[in-house]
Every structure is written in C-alpha cells, then in structure tokens.
Write a protein that binds this ligand. Sequence first.
Ligand code: 4IA
Length: 410
Amino acid sequence: MTKGVATYIASDPHPGVPRLDVDPFSEAFLADPYSHHENLRAAGPVFWLEPYRIYGSARHAEVSAALKDYETFCSARGVGLADFAREEPWRSKSLLLEADPPLHTRTRGMMNKVVTLAALMKELPLWQEKADQLVDELLQRRSFDAVTDLAEVYPMRVFPDLIGLPPEGRDNLVPYGTATFNAFGPRNALFEETMRDAKDAMLWVASSCKRENLADEAWGAKVYRTAEAEDCSPAEAELLVRSFLTAGLDTTINGIAHLMLALASHPDQWRKLQANPSVLVKNAFEESLRWDSTVQTFFRTTTREVEFGGAVIPKDAKIILFLGAANRDPRRWNDPESFDVERQAAGHVGFGFGIHQCLGQMIARREAEAVLKALVSRVADIRITGATSRRLNNTLHALSHLPVEITALP
Ligand code: 4IA
C-alpha cells in the first residue's frame, strides 16, 4: 500500500452511466456548491466523475438509499476519497465514522449510552444562560461579526467543557477539525496547507483524548467509564473521545453561522420565527441545515456489484454522496432553494441517515436552539452590513465572516 496517493485506476463505468467532467473539490465548486448541484442532479440518479474516476449521486432518493444500505455502501474503507483498502489512512480510523457492523454496532451502542437526552438536559440551563449572556454582549456592541463573534464563540463556550477538555490549548480544536474535514477530499492545496498548519493541533488533540487529561465528571471521562462496562478497551475509548473532538466544533460552528446567514438574509422568516418561537425555533435550525448543509459530501465504497439508480456499479467502487444537493433536490422538496422556517424539514440528510446518522445531533440542536432562543427574546432585527466571506474546505460549507447589526426589542 502507498500512503497518500491513489495508484489504483478504477475501470471505466458501464456505458449507461453519465460521465461528468466536474471537479467538486475545485475552488469554483467549493466556493459556491449550490450553483453546481443542478448540473449533477440533472445528469441522472447516479453519474461518473471523470476527474476522480468515482461514482456520484446528488438526488435525495439515491443519497438516502445509499446511506441506508450500509452493507452494500460501506464506511470502513473510508468516507473520504481515499480507499483504505488501497491506501493507508492518514490517521487511525475512527471507530464510529469509518467502521461497519459489527464493530460499529458495539462502539455506537456504547456511545449512545454516553450521549443521552437525560445527560444533555442537565447542561441546558447553563447553556441557555451562556447564550443569553453572549447575545446581551452582542446587543451592547450592535455591530459584530456573526461568524467570529457568535458562531465561533458559543460552541467554544459550551462544548469543550461538556467533554472536559484541558483548559489550555482549546484553540487547537478548530484547526484540527478543519484539517480532518479537508482530508476527506483529494490531496489538493487546501489539504496540504491545513495539514501543515495543524501539526501542533494534532498533538494537542491526541494528548487531550487521554483519560488523565480529561475532567472527571464530564463526557470524555464518561466514555472511558462506559467503555469499561461495555467491553471497549481504554485504547478504543481514547479514539472514541477523539470523535467528539473531530466532529463536535467545526460542524456546530458552521451550522450556527449558516443559521445566522439564513435569518439575516430572510427578514420575513425572522418575523415568522418571532411571532411563534415555541413552535418554530426547532424547525428553523432544521430548515437551515437543509438549506445550507455544513457537511456537503461523504463517500461510501461498494462491497459488491449493485444495481443502483438504474446503473450497475461494480464492487470496490467509491461513490461520493452530495448531501447538500440532496437537501435541495426538487424531486423531494417544494421550492427547495427557499429558506422557510415553517417547512417540514425532517428527512433532510444534513445529519446523514441510517446507522451512521450524527451521534451529536442532539448536542448540535440544543446549542443552536439556545442561541436562537436568546436572539428571539432580545433582538428586533438582524441586518447584514457588509460582505459575507467563506473559507473553502473539501467537506464543509464554511463561513469566515458575516458582518451584521442587531437592534434590541423594545
Ligand atoms: C470521527 C461527519 C463528521 C461530522 C464526523 C467527522 C469525524 C468523525 C465523526 C463524524 O472522527 O469519528
């Protein structure tokens, strides 16, 4: 096996499969994925991406079907472009994300005992207090950056404490997440750059997953305790804590950032939300995940030849699933481009689907809802005051700046 570079050349697709010369990891695509998605959906239920010689799917029906069929579309060979059967993974495999049953059943079952609604409920009063306090601070300033002053701040005030991470060095979490999410894509400039920048962050994350560096009463230590009772080794517990650190921040940060973008750019929806917060707060976050999905793409690898989307995909093929495109597929959603807080957004694949569906989704929802409740009860309106900018990532749709102005409710 070689490290880093794919030496394997996939055989040509069956003649019926549409071939596209589209690079979903080019700067143009990453900067504005939504303008490219219709092209992918229109090509057919499944297509072939010539630049990477892999299959792809961008319609809701096929994306959900592939995610559901974990036996045919496996995760253990990597959920990025690299096929772990042919290339060494750049880090040890996640025991959740990059695992299939029966291993995944055991690790996920264990983690489901740690990530519970009951445990989360205990955090909520403090989380709401922190959200209220942050929004009060922002109201004092009136003008601020909804990404750097809100979306990047709030999760950092609650999530590292939830896990019980060491107080020093927490600013390594986002660079680590960014590098990991870039690593699901090709070895392009984005990947090389963030990997170079994340060297120290990786060391910090590795040491922060160790039992002796985790606070006794928080969820990291709870993983170790639960592991002991559930037939997982301490070495496995260490890797499972790493999953929290990888998946828990960049995702919620950009989820909250896109929620802010959605609300700031749709004043009519903000007013609807304000008129009926008890019903619509939950819905608004769900709809913002559908409307702009933080995790844009994930891959699977076929374990057998499979008839799929009217095509025959051979065994051992990589397929990229466009979650963001599925979430705006007009075959599934009415008026999919519009952000509508009253829409039934359930069924979106922003948290994935099937056995791998986001373990932290409850955490993400409670964080976003705390922020939203704080805003709705204090803020009259949100106005965009400058240019929105993005940071490109091979997996995440990510914002870097969103200048806004808010005014207080009378
Ligand atoms: C892990 C899908 C994404 C949020 C994710 C990233 C990393 C891991 C899990 C999920 O390292 O386990």
